[in-house]
Write a protein that binds this ligand. Structure first.
Ligand code: SF4
Length: 425
C-alpha cells in the first residue's frame, strides 16, 4: 500500500513465528524499508518505508521465510489457537481448510477488506475485533456447535445461527460467495439488514438459538497459561510501533529467556510463547526497559497515533513524537474509559472510529468524534497538551464520581473546549 513514507507491507501471520523468522523479518524491514515496524489493532504486522524497487525484494524474503499467505480474504484466528489452556475448541483444522480454499482462489472476487474470524475462545478471544464473518466456539460443556455471525464485533454483529463444526467451512463458503456476488466492494455489513440476514439464516446446516453470552474483554498483556505447561507473555507496542532493530533485539532476548516463537495479537500486541514463569518475568523486565508496554493499565495504551510526520507525506503533525508527552499530560484522564487520538490529517488511519478527544494536525480538535468530522475547536498542540491537565483538574475539583469518559460526555464539546482553553469553531 502506498503511504507518505513509501510502500507499506502488511502481513497477517497465520500463527506463531519462529524467533529466527522474526529476526529475519526485522532485518528485511531494515534493509528494504525504513525500519519502522507496526502491530495494528487487529494484530497485523506492518513494515513501512519500502520502495517500488525494494518491495519485491522484501516480498521475496517473506516468501522465502514460508510466510506467503496465498492471498484471499484475511483470516484472523484467535491468538494462541491450539495452545491456549483455556481454549474452548481447537479450530486449526477449520482454519487450514479455509486457507486451502482461499489459496485455490475459490473466492477470488471477494474484496480484499473482507475478513473471516475463527475464534476458538479462551482468554484471548476475538469478541472485540470487528470482522465480516465470525465463527465462534463456546465452552464444550455448553455446546459443541459453532456460532456464526456477520459484520461488527461479537456484541454488534448480526447473528446467523449455529452450525456443527464439520459444516462450518460450507457455511463460511456460502456467505463468502454471497458477498462476492455483489462485487469487490461488498462487505458483510451489506447483508446485515433484515431480509438479507434472514435469507442467509435459511442455509442448511444453520440452526437458530440465542447467540453466545458476551465475555469480558480479552487482555493480551500479561502471562497466559498454555496447554503445554508453559506460558506466553503478552506485551504491547507503545503507540503501535517500534523500530525493527528494537524488535529484533527483543526477539533475541525472548529466545534467551526460553521463548520458541512470537505471535502478533489484536490490541497492537505480541505474545512470546514457550516460556516458564521465570523466563516470562525476565522478558517482561527487558521489554519494559526497551519501551514496550507490560502492564495492562499503562496509560500509553489509550493514546492512539498514526504514523504522522515525517513518515507520512499527508501529515501536519509529528504524532508519534508528541504521543509520549500527551500520554504523560493526560495520565490522570487515562483511566481506560476514553481514548485520545492523534491524527496527522483528517483521514484518521490509526483510529477510524470515534474517540473522546481527537487532535487533528495541525491544530483541530474533535470531541467525541472522528478525525474526519467537522472540528469543534482549534488549539496549537502545546495548548492542547496544557489543556489536558486543565481538563483533568476540572474532573478532580468537580467532586463528581465519574470516569473521564463521563466527564467528557457531561461537559459536551463546548464545555471540553472551555476547560482546555481551546477556541470554538
Ligand atoms: S491519518 Fe493522515 S497523516 Fe496519519 S498516517 Fe493517515 S494519511 Fe498519514
Amino acid at each position: 500500500m502506498p503511504t507518505g513514507d513509501g510502500l507499506l507491507a502488511r502481513l497477517m501471520p497465520s500463527g506463531p513465528l519462529a524467533i529466527d523468522t522474526v529476526v529475519a523479518l526485522c532485518d528485511a524491514g531494515q534493509v528494504h524499508g525504513n525500519g519502522i515496524v507496526e502491530v495494528t489493532q487487529r494484530g497485523s504486522l506492518q513494515f513501512r518505508g519500502l520502495s517500488a524497487a525494494s518491495a519485491p525484494e522484501f516480498a521475496r524474503c517473506v516468501v522465502a521465510l514460508g510466510l506467503d499467505a496465498g492471498g484471499g480474504a484475511p483470516l484472523i484466528a484467535s491468538p494462541l489457537m491450539g495452545l491456549d489452556a483455556h481454549e474452548f475448541a481447537d479450530l486449526r483444522p477449520l482454519l487450514a481448510a479455509l486457507r486451502a480454499e482461499l489459496a485455490n482462489h475459490r473466492f477470488a472476487s471477494v474484496g480484499p477488506k473482507v475478513s473471516v474470524l475463527i475464534d476458538g475462545g479462551g482468554s484471548l478471544h476475538l469478541d472485540g475485533v470487528p470482522g465480516d464473518i465470525r465463527v465462534q466456539a463456546v465452552p464444550a460443556a455448553e455446546d459443541s456447535r459453532l456460532h456464526v455471525s456477520i459484520a461488527g464485533n461479537a456484541a454488534t454483529g448480526t447473528a446467523l445461527g449455529w452450525t456443527e463444526p464439520q459444516h462450518a467451512l460450507e457455511v463460511i463458503a456460502h456467505v463468502l460467495s454471497c458477498i462476492a456476488s455483489r462485487g469487490t466492494d461488498a462487505r458483510a455489513r451489506d447483508f446485515a439488514n433484515g431480509a438479507d440476514a434472514q435469507a442467509l439464516r435459511t442455509l442448511a446446516h444453520l440452526s437458530d438459538a440465542p447467540p453466545p453470552n458476551p465475555r469480558p474483554p480479552a487482555e493480551p498483556i500479561g502471562v497466559h497459561r498454555l496447554n503445554t505447561g508453559q506460558v506466553a507473555l503478552g506485551i504491547a507496542l507503545a503507540f503501535g510501533f517500534t523500530e525493527a532493530a528494537v524488535l529484533k533485539r527483543l526477539a533475541q532476548v525472548a529466545a534467551a529467556c526460553g521463548a520458541s516463537s512470537i505471535q502478533t495479537s489484536p490490541g497492537r500486541s505480541l505474545l512470546a510463547i514457550g516460556l516458564d514463569v521465570n523466563g516470562a518475568n525476565e522478558l517482561s523486565a527487558a521489554a519494559a526497559a526497551a519501551g514496550f508496554l507490560v502492564r495492562p493499565n499503562d496509560p500509553r495504551r489509550h493514546v492512539v497515533a498514526c504514523a504522522g510526520a515525517p513518515a507520512c507525506g499527508s501529515a501536519r503533525l509529528a504524532t508519534r513524537e508528541l504521543a509520549p508527552a500527551i500520554a504523560e499530560a493526560a495520565k490522570p484522564l487515562l483511566d481506560g474509559s476514553l481514548t485520545i487520538h492523534l491524527s496527522g490529517c483528517a483521514k484518521g488511519c490509526a483510529h477510524p472510529g470515534a474517540a473522546a478527544l481527537t487532535f487533528v494536525g495541525p491544530d483541530r480538535l474533535v470531541v467525541q468524534g472522528c478525525a474526519g468530522d467537522t472540528p469543534h475547536g482549534m488549539a496549537p498542540i502545546a495548548q492542547f497538551i496544557a489543556g489536558l491537565s486543565r481538563l483533568s483538574a476540572q474532573r478532580q475539583s468537580s467532586g463528581i464520581p465519574e470516569s473521564s469518559a463521563g466527564l467528557v460526555s457531561r461537559l459536551g464539546a463546548a464545555g471540553v473546549l472551555d476547560a482546555m482553553g481551546a477556541a470554538h469553531g
